[in-house]
Design a protein around this ligand. Structure first.
Ligand SMILES: [Zn+2]
Length: 607
């Protein structure tokens, strides 16, 4: 028999195995009926082989009345002739047992013949379908926890922290403790307490360092593509169907929630197919045409086109039956039965995104509010829902090397997860919550050369504004109103202290120099963009002064950065609920799509 033992039989998760084996087989064979039946026969064979083998080396129980006195009762796991010699003392017993032996031998021959036929068939099938080996390998990797629970996941949450890998999560966990105590301890996020955790690769079809478009395509549609491309192949000719589209077709309601614009790369990956993530208008039109029940969070950007010369995609959505709200009151008034909804946050910050959590005014809506409303609106559906919730600005903060803003957004993301966890507590047998990131951003780490083995996360707690709020509230007005020759860093020191808690007098001469240098650069050019390598290495594409402030503050706290872009490390995944065990192990990011499909019992085509 080719490469499988009875123990491995027990290991096979049949539902998963069958889904994974049968789908590629259909594509290979182009003959669903024949291959589906063949796989079904093989599954029966594999299940029963150990029992068949067992029966070949045992003898049937002898009726009690004829049983030799010292023979054991029931099935005896030893060949018949041994039994004969050991227990049959009288001639009568021996004769009787010889009769038994003949019957048993005949039955063994029949079983042996059946076994040989099935084995030959199995070898032939396996030779033609190497996917069996792959399916077995996949299953052993993912089944490192409990057994699969029965039933499909009816309420499914996929939380994506954009740019959120272990450093971003760890920093939030350290911060959650260190700001209230100097104990060396962490306060776990709700999701890092989930019973199952795993790791996912992040590389795409063209590079080890993915962007959010190709990462979104991997997660949402199970295929790797080039950076910048959403749900199309690297040649940009073929389109991919997403997990949300499959779920929608199966009758589930769909929610897409994000702190950034609703047609930004990650949310777009669940409903749009475009050769470039920058085609915001095309994505907005596809959003309007998606038919998904709930979009919420940031704005729909470029809804009238890049040059404001296209028909309004929001109007298009309304014509398709969407209710559009962009006020707190309008949002509060949304009740189950509201129909399809696009809910945009009343306050928008950079590029149509919701404000960073650190800048959110009390009473303003949070990612958790949008998640709770999604649950409220979508749960009244016999087929359940699939909701993707993105913490999009963890990434944006890390691009700018602003640990404070990133940490507060991870905490807000965790609040949103808690809303899902509360729902799951009321529906434990039907809910699955999966958390992942699409990649790491900034090369963030806990540890910096200048602080060595020490950390001072209480310094992060002094920060009251994000880099972007400091730019808009402080630096931009100052630049606008102050002639270059009269500009002095000392003018801004009080505001810098208020915003970031930076104690200027406590800085080293070297740090003061760096700050002065960055201030001059910020004042030197209204449109501050890198033109030389050193400028890019020092400040990325950001305001030199602001980046330098957050870098100094972060370094003082013991937080390091290596990049203003993404990095190529794997991301953790966490799962809780129905079919949580599928998410254990180390797998490809494209597998998350298949695992979700498996948990939701969706039939997916090879694409
Ligand atoms: Zn990014």
């Amino acid at each position: 028999m080719p490469g499988i033992t009875a123990e491995q039989l027990d290991e096979i998760d049949f539902r998963c195995f069958y889904t994974r084996a049968a789908i590629p087989a259909r594509a290979l064979a182009g003959d669903p009926v024949r291959y589906d039946s063949a796989h079904a026969i093989l599954l029966i064979f594999y299940t029963n082989i150990k029992h068949i083998i067992q029966s070949m080396i045992s003898i049937k129980a002898i009726p009690k009345t004829n049983r030799p006195l010292d023979a054991p009762v029931g099935r005896i796991l030893e060949p018949a002739h041994n039994y004969n010699a050991r227990y049959c003392s009288s001639l009568k017993e021996k004769q009787m047992n010889q009769g038994n032996n003949r019957k048993i031998a005949l039955s063994h021959m029949k079983r042996g013949a059946l076994c040989a036929v099935l084995a030959a068939f199995s070898i032939a099938m396996s030779a033609h379908t190497p996917l069996f080996a792959a399916a077995r390998a996949d299953n052993s990797a993912e089944r490192n926890t409990a057994t699969v629970q029965s039933g499909q996941a009816k309420y499914v949450f996929l939380f994506i922290g954009d740019g959120m890998a272990m450093p971003q999560i760890s920093a939030a966990e350290v911060f959650a403790t260190a700001r209230s105590s100097k104990d060396v301890n962490i306060t776990k996020m709700s999701f890092t307490r989930f019973p199952v955790s795993g790791l996912a690769t992040t590389y795409d079809a063209g590079t080890f360092i993915t962007d959010s478009a190709s990462a979104g395509t991997a997660l949402a549609a199970g295929n790797k593509t080039l950076s910048g491309v959403i749900n199309m192949d690297p040649g940009k000719t073929k389109t991919y169907k997403t997990i949300a589209e499959y779920a929608h077709e199966a009758g589930m309601k769909i929610g897409i929630v994000s702190t950034v614009t609703l047609n930004h790369a990650t949310p777009a990956s669940f409903y749009a197919k475009v050769p470039s993530r920058s085609n915001y208008y095309d994505i907005a039109v596809q959003l309007a045409d998606s038919g998904f029940e709930y979009f919420a969070g940031g704005a729909v950007s470029q809804n009238t086109g890049k040059n404001n010369d296209q028909p309004d995609a929001i109007e298009r959505a309304k014509a398709q039956g969407y209710a559009y709200v962009n006020s707190k009151e309008g949002f509060a008034a949304l009740k189950p039965g509201a129909g399809k909804v696009i809910a945009v946050n009343e306050t928008l910050q950079d590029d149509g995104a919701m404000p960073y959590e650190i800048d959110r005014k009390s009473g303003d809506l949070s990612l958790a509010d949008y998640t709770r409303k999604g649950i409220e609106l979508l749960q009244d559906n016999p087929k359940g829902f699939f909701m993707m919730v993105e913490g999009g600005k963890v990434d944006w903060a890390c691009h700018a090397n602003d640990a404070g803003a990133s940490i507060h957004d991870v905490l807000a993301f965790d609040e949103a997860v808690r809303a899902a966890v509360s729902f799951a507590e009321a529906h434990p047998r039907e809910t699955l919550i999966v958390i992942t990131g699409d990649h790491e951003t900034g090369g963030m780490t806990i540890g910096f050369a200048g602080t060595q083995y020490d950390t001072f996360f209480d310094k992060v707690a002094l920060q009251k504004k994000s880099f972007i709020a400091f730019n808009s509230d402080v630096l931009s007005p100052y630049k606008k109103n102050t002639p270059r020759a009269q500009a002095r860093l000392s003018d801004l020191i009080p505001s810098i202290k208020d915003a970031f808690g930076l104690d200027y007098n406590g800085l080293s001469d070297f740090q003061k120099e760096q700050l002065e240098f960055a201030f001059q650069r910020s004042m030197g050019n209204e449109i501050e963009r890198p033109v030389a390598e050193d400028r890019y290495l020092l400040y990325g594409g950001y305001e030199p002064l602001t980046v330098k402030i957050t870098q100094i503050m972060n370094q003082t706290a013991g937080i390091g950065w290596t990049s203003y872009a993404h990095t190529g490390v794997p991301v953790p995944t966490f799962a809780k609920g129905v079919h949580q065990e599928l998410f254990g192990g180390y797998y490809d990011n494209t597998d998350i799509f298949r695992k979700l499909a498996s948990a939701m019992n969706l039939s997916i085509a090879l694409q």
